[in-house]
Every structure is written in C-alpha cells, then in structure tokens.
Ligand binder design. Structure first.
Ligand code: BGC
Length: 460
C-alpha cells in the first residue's frame, strides 16, 4: 500500500510538470498577448497604461505616512474617508484643528489653499482601466472579491466624493496598482544605476508591471488625453497577467485546475493567476490530497491514520498555501514537521511516513509549477524589452509571500530562465531579482509625487 500511495502521488505530480518545451511555448504566446494588449483594449493581457511616465531614481525626497484599508463592502469609501479623517486628527492635529474643524463647522468659507491640501496616493490591487493617474474604472474583481456594484465605477471618484462629504483637505492624486507600486519602490531603491524593468507580485494574487517603450503603446495614440507627457519615451504598463491565456491555449490544465476553477466566483477568468498565486495553491493541494483519500486503491491517510470528520480537508478554500511552503522546507528524514502540520492544520493523526512523503511530492510539484509559470511571464517581458542585448543587469523588483518565503521559489524561477531559449544561462545571469520592501506603501507615495510633478510640468 505504501508504494501505491507514493506511486499515485508521483503520477499526479507528473501532471503538474511544466517541461521546457511548454515553457518556451508559453513565452512565445505571452509575448504575442503582450503585443496585442498594447494595440487594443479588451485583450487577454489587459496591458493597462498607468499614466506614469517617469521613474524615481532614489534622489526624490518623500515623507509619507501609510495606512492600510481593507473592506469588502459597497460603502467601503465612506469607511475609508472616516479613517482618513481619524488619521489626520491623530497625525496632523494642528492642521486639522486650525482649518478643517472650522470649515466643518461652517466658520471658514474660502477654499483650501494648495499648501493645505494633502495628496493621497493609494495602491489598489485590482485591475482598473485608467484614463489618467487618478482616474479609472474597476474592470473586474479578482482573488475572490465579488462586489458587483463597484465594477465599472471610477474608484478615485468614489473615494474623493466620500472625502469631500467630510470636507477633508485631501486630494486623491494617484491610484497605482500594487505591481506599479512595487516597480516604483524598487526603482527608488535598486542598487547601482540599472533601471528597474519589472515590478511583480507573487502573493495572494499575481501580476506584473513593467516599463514599456511609449511608441509601442499604440492603443494610446487615439487618446486625446492631456493627462500624461506624450513626449516621454516610456510608459509604465500594468500587464494584469493574472488573465493571461484565459482560453487555455498554452497553459497546463489538470483535473484539479478544472475543479478549482469551477469553485471560484469567476470561472474562466484569471486562469494564469489560479495556477500561481497563494490564494489558490492551498486549494489545488487540497483537491489533489482529497482525490487520493477518496481513491480506494491507494487510500491516503488510511488506517492507522484517522481523519477528523471536521478536517479542513473537506472544506473548499480552507487550506492555507503556507502549508505548502512549510512542507517544502521539511527536509528531515522522518518528515516530522509535515506530520505535525497534518495533525495541527488538517486534523489527520497517526500519519505514516509514506503518506507524509506523498503529501510532500504533491506540494512540491504544485509550488514548482507556480514558480515556473511565473518565470515564463517574467522571462517574456525581459525578452520583449530587448534589454538582454543592451544591458548588463536587468533588474526586477518583487513582493509577496511566495517569492519572499516559499523555499526554492526564486531558484525554480532562475532554473526556468535558463531553460528559456531566448534567455539561456548567460541571460539568466544578467537578471537580478530583488525584494521591493513595502512596494505598496512607498510606491503609492512615489505615485502621488510623480503625479504632482507631471501635472506641474504639463501646466508649466
Ligand atoms: C490583480 C492585480 C494585482 C495582483 C497582485 C491580481 O488579482 O488582478 O491587479 O496586481 O492580484 O495583488
């Protein structure tokens, strides 16, 4: 039985393999979707212009305060505006009492002066079709969010209206996707003078933003907007790669991917993300384990092991992807940590060593596939940039729990880079990956700064 369990785990794991030929095919398709997305709206890769045309180089001076807002409600903006008010009261009490309270009580009628207004830059980790740095409609929810009333609405306007209702001296001056924030933050702090090419997130969700040559962004040609500097050589693009290849032309598709997709609120969408990011890896593992538990010819966790009937193994979305990284890190002979995890997290007791091994084989294959798919997207952008031929260092800023904490994730990405024909071992050496700490926070502040500078230039 022990070998049947391991054999079945290996069979399932083989389905998660993403071999070099597939990887290279994926890269070609990604580059082609990138190009389509730059010419037209509504393509698989949205390739959303961020309206950011200048990158920070570390010489900027920013003083910023950050706070995190997380609400899954339609009236979230009202809550946010109240939180901003509390924040101003706490951290800018002088300014608040001298101007704002008087204004709120009706004593002061004149408008705020420019110096009294706070610029608010905020990171928003969902696709927004932007028409300017502080204008844009939510295109769709991802990562399990589902508040239909907000789709199609201008996110900045909603927040500004709520702020204005409270008569706060705050102007929503920039909305940046978290990947754009990561790119800006990394560019601000990246060592040497190499210009950062990509900002990528491998966390709950996954996505990348990168620096594109402006003449290639042809879908902006018809845009009469004066909201950006048209003579700038570059434009930061939010690729929204989570929706790469929703048609599944080249993406791997196991029975577990199919089951998972059917369980989501947005089947058929974000198919790339559903194979990579932290929100989904735990569920893929749960489905794979469950198939082995329910398969009588292998019966994973069979006697003497016992599975509690309330085990999260029987609850969709209940397994956290951190389990995969803990199991991956367990290199002990007796897989004691894995056994512990199965007991404390899954309520499965007295698990045999071969059952632990089987779980490790599954977790390893799911995590490795995610990293290799991520490498495909990063590799495609690197190739498309042309920088391999012209630069010694190609800098990538990253953020997110997978890339930061998942053992082997970056090494698997690098291994895949070497297997991509247009990169190879020589190209891989040129690629530098660095964590962009607090990409979302400092990135939003830099976005607000860049927006202010740009508007001054456009007005001047
Ligand atoms: C969203 C992106 C975001 C990424 C990482 C995805 O689900 O569509 O906008 O950048 O998650 O947070």
């Amino acid at each position: 039985m022990a070998s049947a369990v391991l054999d079945e785990a290996k069979r399932i794991a083989a389905g998660f393999e993403y071999p070099p030929e597939e990887l290279n095919k994926g890269v070609d398709e990604f580059i082609s979707e990138m190009d389509i997305g730059l010419t037209s709206d509504g393509a698989g890769l949205s390739q959303i212009p961020s309206y950011i045309t200048a990158m920070p180089d570390g010489t900027e001076k920013v003083r910023y305060l950050r706070f995190r807002l997380q609400e899954r409600r339609v009236d979230a903006n009202k809550i946010y505006a109240k939180q901003i008010e509390t924040f101003l009261r706490e951290h800018h009490s002088e300014q608040f009492s001298s101007h704002v309270e008087k204004r709120q009580s009706g004593e002061v009628k004149e408008a705020y002066t420019e110096e009294q207004v706070f610029d608010l830059g905020f990171t928003f980790s969902f696709p927004v079709t932007q028409h300017g740095i502080n204008r844009g409609e939510l295109y769709r929810w991802t990562k399990g969010f589902d508040i239909p009333e907000v789709v199609g609405k201008d996110i900045c306007k909603l927040l500004q209206t709520a702020i204005d209702e409270l008569k706060l001296p705050v102007r929503v001056s920039a909305l940046v996707n978290d990947t754009v924030g990561t790119l800006m933050a990394r560019s601000y702090s990246s060592p040497g003078k190499s210009k950062t090419l990509i900002g990528a997130i491998f966390g709950t969700g996954t996505n990348g933003a990168y620096v594109e040559k402006m003449p290639r962004v042809t879908k902006m040609d018809k845009c009469s907007s004066d909201a950006y500097n048209k003579s700038s050589p570059v434009m930061v693009i939010n690729a929204e790669w989570g929706s790469f290849d929703n048609a599944l032309k080249v993406l791997p598709n196991t029975e577990f991917d199919i089951q998972l997709d059917n369980e989501t609120v947005n089947p058929g969408i974000q198919m790339f993300e559903k194979r990579i990011s932290g929100m989904f890896l735990g569920e893929i593992l749960r489905l794979a384990i469950l198939s082995m538990v329910e398969n009588p010819s292998v019966s994973l966790f069979g006697s003497p092991a016992t599975i509690d009937k309330n085990s999260i193994l029987y609850q969709a979305w209940a397994i956290d992807s951190s389990i995969l990284s803990i199991v991956e890190a367990d290199n002990s002979d007796d897989l004691q940590t894995t056994k512990e995890q199965l007991k404390t997290e899954l309520n499965v007791t007295d698990v045999s060593i071969s059952d632990c091994r089987a779980v490790k084989v599954l977790a390893h294959s799911i995590g490795k596939r995610a990293a290799r798919l991520g490498a495909m997207a990063l590799g495609a952008i690197v190739i498309s940039s042309g920088r391999l031929a012209t630069e010694d260092v190609i800098d990538i800023g990253v953020d997110g729990s997978l890339i930061e904490h998942y053992p082997g994730f970056e090494a698997w990405i690098r291994e895949a880079f070497r297997e991509i024909r247009a990169i190879g071992p020589a190209g891989e050496k040129k690629i530098r990956i660095g964590i962009a700490k607090d990409g979302s926070g400092v990135g939003a502040a830099l976005g607000a700064l860049v927006a202010k500078k740009a508007s001054q230039t456009l007005q001047g």
